[in-house]
Design a binder for this molecule. Structure first.
Ligand SMILES: [Zn+2]
Length: 217
């Protein structure tokens, strides 16, 4: 009897530690820890998903890296607004993630190593955006990831967050990308997109920034 209890306890401990090990190391962090409200799904011309704020229209929710990696781009895009790209190695794949329309300039720098869940900035409504939301993209790179648009977008929900679904009230396109929310492709506007790195921005005078449409913060 005593032996049996010990054995049962051991099994229980093992099961317990295995399951907590698994969840702690699944590796994927939802990019907006405070809101699971998906306002626009991936597909068609939309190369990512849109996530609304904890309170609709209110900027400031933390935006975090969905996986460990290295910051590859941080700055201002005329399309994405304040934006961060992170490069990841997931299994044998080179993956890029993008976090767009941030409220203020990113809180991470190019080359910085980040963990899954490391804060990159806060949710906002900058660039070609028509309401506070995060535009989140995941892309497969052939070879090493680059910051151009040579990578191939794919649905982050199907691949990393299978339990997450678009919100029933997602018809509110005021929490989505600019133009028509249903016909928007960041890749299509890539030719026109102008990007400034934080390094470049930090050397500009406030007049130069204003002339280029870059917010002061
Ligand atoms: Zn979007």
């Amino acid at each position: 009897m005593k032996k049996g209890l010990v054995a049962l306890t051991l099994v229980g401990l093992m099961v317990g530690s295995v399951s907590s090990f698994a969840s702690a190391n699944s590796g994927y962090s939802w990019p907006v820890p405070d809101s699971k409200r998906i306002t626009q799904k991936y597909g068609g011309a939309h190369k990512g998903i849109d996530i609304g704020g904890k309170r609709a229209g209110v900027a400031g929710d933390n935006v975090v890296s969905f996986y460990s990696g290295s910051v590859a781009r941080a700055g201002w895009s005329t399309s994405y607004g304040w934006v961060v790209y992170v490069h990841h190695k997931i299994g044998s794949k080179n993956i890029q993630s993008r976090y767009a329309h941030l409220h203020l300039s990113p809180v991470v720098s190019v080359g910085q190593a980040v963990s899954s869940g490391t804060k990159l900035g806060i949710m906002g409504n900058t660039g070609q955006s028509q309401g506070v939301h995060l535009h989140f993209e995941t892309r497969t790179c052939s070879g090493a990831c680059k910051t151009d648009n040579s990578s191939t977008p794919f649905d982050p929900l199907a691949n990393y967050f299978p339990g997450y679904k678009i919100a029933a009230s997602a018809s509110n396109i005021l929490e989505a990308d600019g133009h028509s929310a249903h016909h928007h492709d960041h890749s299509e506007v890539a030719e026109e997109e102008v990007f400034y790195s934080m390094e470049e921005i930090n050397k500009m005078t406030s007049e130069e920034r204003a002339a280029k449409g870059i917010p002061v913060k």
